[in-house]
Design a protein around this ligand. Structure first.
Ligand SMILES: [Fe+2]
Ligand SMILES: [Fe+2]
Length: 447
C-alpha cells in the first residue's frame, strides 16, 4: 500500500522524506499542495494506506476535506493548529492510528508514530534472508553518481527497510546526514546489486584512466572509494579475478597520483590542505609517504612504487574495526577495553591474513606479501606477529614500517605535531640496519 506525503515547503520535504523512508518500505507519493493531495486521494484507483500532511497554510477547510476523503486510513498531520485538527480527526468514524504533530516541537515525533504504525503492521518492512544482503561501507560508493542501487538498513534478523530507492535523486550529504542520525557508516545492499556496483566502479575507473584530463582531487577521491570497496569485496568474496582487476586499475591511478618523484613535504602539505582525516585516507597516504621515502633512498623504480602501493592497499585488509588501524604494538591493545578476545586475536593475526590475501593475487610482485606480513614488526623485536629483530626485517618492509609509523604519529598529534619532534623521538629506535639509512632521510629533511 502506498503512502501520500503532502509538503509545501521544499526545505522540510527533504528532512521529512528521510524519516519516512526509514519506516515506509512501499512507495511514497509526494505532492506539493493539499489541493493536489485531495485530487490524488479522490481517485480511488490510487491505493493508499497513509497520508502524511505537513501543511503551512491556515485553511482548515482544505485539511477538513482531505481528512474526509478516506475514512478508513491513517493520517499524520503536522500543523500549528493542533487542537482544531485533532477535533477534526476525532470526528472520523474510525480513528485508526491517526495523529497530529505540533509543528512548534519539530518533527521529532514523526519517527515514533511511524514506528507504532510499523508495529501494528500498518507499514511493513521486508523480510529477506540475511544471506541475500551485504553490508557496504558508505565510503565504498560515495563517488558513484547516480548510484543506481537500493540502499537498505537492517532492522533485525532477516528484516530490512529500503531507505533510498535506486531511482531517487539523493546527494552524498543526504546519505551522510542519515547515517549520522543512526550512528552508522554502513548501508545494506542486495548481493545482486553489489555486483552492479562493482561493474560501475570498474567502468568508471576504466574511462577515468583513459581520459586525457587528470584531476588530482577527483583521482584521490576515487582511489579512496575504490580501496574501501576492494576491502569489502575481498573480505566477502575473496580476491577473485574482478577484484584483482579493480585493484590493479586503482594502483595504476595511484601511481599516476604519486608521480615519478613524490616529495614528502608536498604530501604532508596537501594532507593539511584537504583537511581529510588520517583514517579516511590511511591506505592512500601510506602509499604516498612510502613512495616519497623510497624516492629519497634512490629506490624509485616503478616496481618498487607498485610494491609499496599494493602493500599499502592490502596491509590492514582484514581489520574489522577502523579504530585499530593506528595500533602499533600489541601492548597498546590492552588499552582498548571495548575489544572482545576474538577481536584481539583477529588483530594479532591480521598481518598474516592480509599477506595471505596478497598471495592470492596473480602477477603480484614477490615482496608485497612480505611487506604486509612484516608491517607491525619493530627493529627492537617488540613487534608482531613474528617478533623479528631489525636484521631479520626486509629493507623494503623497514621503509614501509617507518612510513606507517610516521602516519600514526601524525594521527595521534592531530597532524599539528612537529615532525622534528617525531624525528628526535624515534632517532634511537631507528638507528640500526636498514632502518638507519631510511630514517636518515627524515632526519636530514626535518631536523
Ligand atoms: Fe596493521
Ligand atoms: Fe595500517
Amino acid at each position: 500500500m502506498k503512502s501520500l506525503f503532502i509538503e509545501d515547503n521544499l526545505e522540510e520535504k527533504k528532512e521529512i522524506l528521510l524519516i519516512l523512508k526509514k519506516y515506509i518500505q512501499e512507495e511514497v507519493i509526494t505532492v506539493s499542495s493539499i489541493q493536489e493531495g485531495i485530487e490524488f486521494s479522490e481517485n480511488l484507483d490510487n491505493k493508499i494506506g497513509l497520508i502524511i500532511c505537513d501543511y503551512h497554510g491556515h485553511s482548515q477547510v482544505l485539511i477538513k476535506s482531505l481528512i474526509g476523503i478516506r475514512p478508513n486510513i491513517d493520517y499524520i498531520i503536522i500543523t500549528n493548529k493542533v487542537q482544531e485538527i485533532e477535533a477534526l480527526l476525532d470526528k472520523k468514524q474510525e480513528k485508526n492510528l491517526s495523529k497530529v504533530i505540533d509543528r512548534s516541537q519539530g518533527v521529532i515525533e514523526l519517527g515514533p508514530i511511524l514506528e507504532k504504525l510499523q508495529k501494528k503492521n500498518k507499514l511493513s518492512a521486508v523480510k529477506i534472508l540475511d544471506s541475500e544482503f551485504m553490508k557496504i561501507h558508505f565510503n565504498s560508493f560515495k563517488t558513484l553518481k547516480p548510484l543506481g542501487v537500493d540502499l537498505y538498513i537492517r532492522l533485525s534478523e532477516h528484516k530490512y527497510l529500503k531507505l533510498f530507492k535506486k531511482d531517487d535523486s539523493y546527494e552524498e550529504e543526504d546519505l551522510k546526514k542519515y547515517l549520522k542520525k543512526i550512528k552508522e557508516d554502513f548501508f545494506y545492499l542486495r548481493n545482486t546489486e553489489v555486483k552492479f556496483l562493482f561493474e560501475k566502479h570498474s567502468r568508471k575507473m576504466g574511462s577515468f584512466l583513459e581520459s586525457k584530463t587528470f584531476d588530482l582531487k577527483e583521482s584521490r577521491n576515487m582511489i579512496e572509494s575504490n580501496i574501501d570497496f576492494i576491502h569489502e569485496m575481498i573480505k566477502k568474496v575473496g580476491a577473485n579475478e574482478k577484484v584483482q582487476e579493480l585493484t590493479k586499475k586503482t594502483v595504476t591511478l595511484t601511481l599516476k597520483v604519486i608521480g615519478n618523484s613524490p616529495k614528502l613535504s608536498g604530501i604532508l602539505k596537501s594532507m593539511k590542505r584537504t583537511g581529510k582525516g588520517y583514517m579516511e585516507s590511511h591506505s592512500l597516504l601510506l602509499a604516498e609517504v612510502a613512495c616519497a621515502l623510497a624516492c629519497r633512498v634512490d629506490w624509485h623504480s616503478s616496481t618498487t612504487f607498485l610494491k609499496l602501493s599494493l602493500a599499502a592497499f592490502l596491509h590492514d585488509i582484514t581489520l574489522q574495526d577502523d579504530s585499530l588501524v593506528h595500533i602499533k604494538l600489541l601492548s597498546e591493545l590492552d588499552k582498548q577495553s571495548h575489544l572482545t578476545e576474538a577481536q584481539i586475536q583477529a588483530y594479532k593475526r591480521h598481518p598474516i591474513e592480509a599477506a595471505n590475501y596478497a598471495k592470492e593475487f596473480r602477477e603480484i610482485p614477490p615482496d608485497v606479501d612480505i611487506i604486509i606480513l612484516e608491517h607491525h614488526e619493530r627493529p627492537d623485536g617488540l613487534g608482531f606477529p613474528r617478533k623479528l629483530h631489525y636484521r631479520q626485517i626486509a629493507p623494503l618492509s623497514a621503509l614501509f614500517i617507518i612510513a606507517h609509523d610516521l602516519l600514526n604519529y601524525l594521527y595521534f598529534t592531530g597532524r599539528a605535531g612537529s615532525l622534528s619532534e617525531y624525528v628526535s623521538l624515534r632517532a634511537e629506535e631507528y638507528s640500526k640496519g636498514s632502518f638507519k639509512n631510511i630514517f636518515k632521510i627524515l632526519q636530514n629533511e626535518f631536523l
